[in-house]
Unconditional design. Sequence first.
Length: 67
Amino acid sequence: MQGSVHEFDTATGAGSVLLDDGRRVPFDADAFHDSGLRMLRVGQRLTLELDAADGTQRVVGMRIHGI
């Protein structure tokens, strides 16, 4: 799955992405820190791993698209 960074809080490491189908999906600080990324910018393309185990979709993994 791919999407773009919609918002990112540098203080907490949490934010959200906008999927290519228009859905906004949140990610928490753990997903960001586990990705190994150091910074994100709004609009940056990402390849995403999503989880919906509890009925709410969220990002559990991310990496820079194309890398």
